[in-house]
Write a protein that binds this ligand. Sequence first.
Ligand code: FAD
Ligand code: EPU
Length: 342
Amino acid sequence: MQIQENISLKPFNTFGIDVRARFFASFSNVEELSELITRHSSLSTLVLGGGSNILLTKDVGGLVMKNEIKGITEVHEDEEHVYVKAGAGENWHEFVQYCISRNWAGIENLSLIPGNVGASPMQNIGAYGVELAGVFSNLEAFHLKDKEIITFSLNDCGFGYRDSVFKNKYKDQFAILHVTFRLRKKPIFHTSYGAIREELEKMGIKELSIEAISQAVIRIRTSKLPDPKVIGNAGSFFKNPEISNSRFESLKEKFPAIVAYPLVNGNFKLAAGWLIEQCAPQGFLTWKGYRKRDAGVHPNQALVLVNYGNASGNEIVELSEKIKQTVIEKFGVELEREVNII
Ligand code: FAD
Ligand code: EPU
């Protein structure tokens, strides 16, 4: 196990922010992880996956530990389900493709989400009408102080929209080692969200399959979201805010074109991208496409903040705060960050 010193984290975060880590090491199993934190017990630690949901704002003074735990195994099956355990360091999209190739259904709508399996429970990843919580069985996590492995069931994880106990109550306390998914042998297709059906039609799909849904999602995502390999970003920077029915009604009266989705609890989820697009910094018509030095708002998706090359994490944070302010002023709605600031 090699411990590197004073290395740039630019290749390890999709925003492409160039800060340095005092110490950096990868671990491939829990023994290596345990050894790392024992040897460096005085240092603060940061567990890293694919770096696609973080914004680094300063050099990391402690030890960055990249999770490289691999392996995918079928642990159990019943009549309807197969239980598949994956190492936290497996690439998420490759894992999705692996499951599709074996006809294990449930995560095809989550195709092409960047990052690794181990971070998927952190914010209960979701896209195109499916959330991780719906296919989650359990996970094993290592308590970084007590050095013991704890198993978390679905109920233990406190999953919500882009939320879990690992983002709040247990922030920075655990390294997730493995996640076990409960996948279906016979698929239930989720095609009602967004443009999936339209895309399937365009593709000329006659018979629905998980493979076809995955391809449709990939095509939609590729057309909408910037590829971090080309332009630095971490996906949606803010969450879509949830408001009550009555607040929604009064906003709708003032802004008839407002984009919102009804929720089962009677509330509404607002499209933050729309809210941001309707606001602007002084002297501009909209935030969409705005750029100051290398920090900007994507020209096609106002919810995605981008780094055109050499932006600092603080420049992105500063831009996000200004956006937040204008959205509060115009709509009285407070945007909450999705991205983890480090
Ligand atoms: P990282 O960025 O490495 O880490 C995120 C957080 O989790 C950090 O706080 C880190 O310390 C912690 N962490 C990571 N791994 C572990 C571990 N094993 N144990 C403990 N803590 C850990 N998200 C969605 O939900 N839906 C989307 O549709 C979506 N689309 C995206 C599109 C683009 C273009 C991009 C760039 C991002 C998108 N995201 C989306 C966000 C991101 O891909 C997910 O949140 C993903 O799960 C992050 O995985 P990661 O391995 O890169 O996590
Ligand atoms: N919109 C605008 N202007 C914009 C962007 C969006 O008006 O600049 C409006 C459009 O009307 C559009 C609607 O907002 O129809 C929704 O936009 P989109 O379908 O692109 O989805 P989103 O709400 O911006 C959410 C998730 C994504 C996820 C997609 C698909 C959040 C915060 N974001 O985006 O997740 O992939 O839906 O399910 O919930 C992520 O979390 O990083 C992420 C990319």
